[in-house]
Design a protein around this ligand. Structure first.
Ligand code: NDP
Length: 275
């Protein structure tokens, strides 16, 4: 078994995730596991980084597939005996002009962006060693979506006693209300992606509350916005390069041992935002 430190990046075959894997290969003192749901696309990304003299390892990971998530956890346990950095980057976003009905957009966005991210996090966080870092790539759209929720919904998300089960119920309620066509009258905004990203931002607040009772030392979880980045997701309209988009996620992934903060925050441009 390797005694090296190890970092995992999800959805790293392209876009911001690829930028994060590249930066970690340069800055992280350990192995970087570049993961992708499609093996060919993932291995191509590894080959591209090899061309730059960088040496990530590849592992398949579809965040919506429990077997795939469990296989990665087993790989990490067997080969490294733990984990040091997890960057949850993978996500989907329907295009603004997508013909998919809103009910489908709600179901699939929550299934991948919220439930998939939670499943990876729940499977891998137990492997984290002291000083482990978890980053969840959320987005500013989570703030915009929160502003468009009714005051009652906002209060539900901001409730300091909200549990992960409670958050999962809220996300399931959004999907049900979208299926019934009643989501707006029931206090939800008309953005499936935005609500899924509220979910992951609030997930970090709950994980941080859970960590208060965790005996492991100095484990930190944060979420962040990478900025508006030139990727397939943004239809290449973002002004930032993927390396610029990777800056805040990588900064949070590499927070040094014993750092004062940010902890349990939503960050933008390396700084905690008042969410
Ligand atoms: P891209 O669409 O360019 O890349 C998304 C990545 O996620 C791809 O590698 C994709 O794989 C992967 N992915 C999607 N679904 C799954 C899944 N089920 N399992 C594993 N991997 C999956 O998006 P970006 O790089 O732009 O976005 C990266 C992150 O940044 C996302 O969380 C996004 O919400 C966030 N963000 C991006 C912004 C931007 O301006 N680009 C702004 C704010 C936030 P595949 O190639 O197989 O589809």
């Amino acid at each position: 078994m390797s005694s090296k430190l190890v970092a995992v990046v999800t959805g790293a075959n392209k876009g911001v995730g690829f930028g994060i894997a590249r930066a970690l290969c340069k800055q992280f003192d350990g192995d970087v596991i570049l993961t992708a749901r499609d093996v060919d696309r993932g291995q191509q990304a590894v080959a591209d980084l090899n061309q730059e003299g960088l040496r990530p390892r590849f592992h398949q990971l579809d965040i919506t597939d429990a077997d795939s998530v469990n296989a990665l956890a087993t790989f990490l346990r067997d080969n490294y005996g733990g984990l040091d950095v997890l960057v949850n980057n993978a996500a989907i976003k329907f295009k603004d002009d997508s013909p998919a009905p809103f009910s489908e957009q709600a179901r699939e966005s929550v299934r991948c962006n919220f439930t998939g991210t939670l499943s990876v996090t729940r499977a891998l966080m137990p492997l984290l060693r002291p000083h482990g870092r978890v980053v969840i790539v959320s987005g500013e759209k989570s703030m915009g979506a929160m502003d468009k929720c009714s005051l009652e919904r906002q209060a539900e998300f901001r409730d300091p006693s909200l549990t992960m089960e409670g958050l999962q119920s809220l996300m399931a309620e959004f999907v049900q209300d979208a299926a019934a066509g009643t989501h707006q009258e029931r206090g939800w905004p008309n953005t499936a992606y935005g609500v899924s990203k509220i979910g992951v931002t609030v997930m970090v607040f709950i994980l941080t509350r859970e960590l208060a009772a965790d005996p492991r030392e100095d484990i930190i979880v944060n979420s962040c916005c990478p900025g508006h980045v030139d990727t397939d997701m943004s239809s290449h309209k973002g002004p930032l390069t993927i390396d610029q988009g990777a800056d805040t996620p990588v900064f949070l992934a590499l927070l040094p041992p014993g750092v004062g903060g940010p902890k349990g925050q939503f960050c933008r441009l390396r700084k905690a935002e008042d969410w």
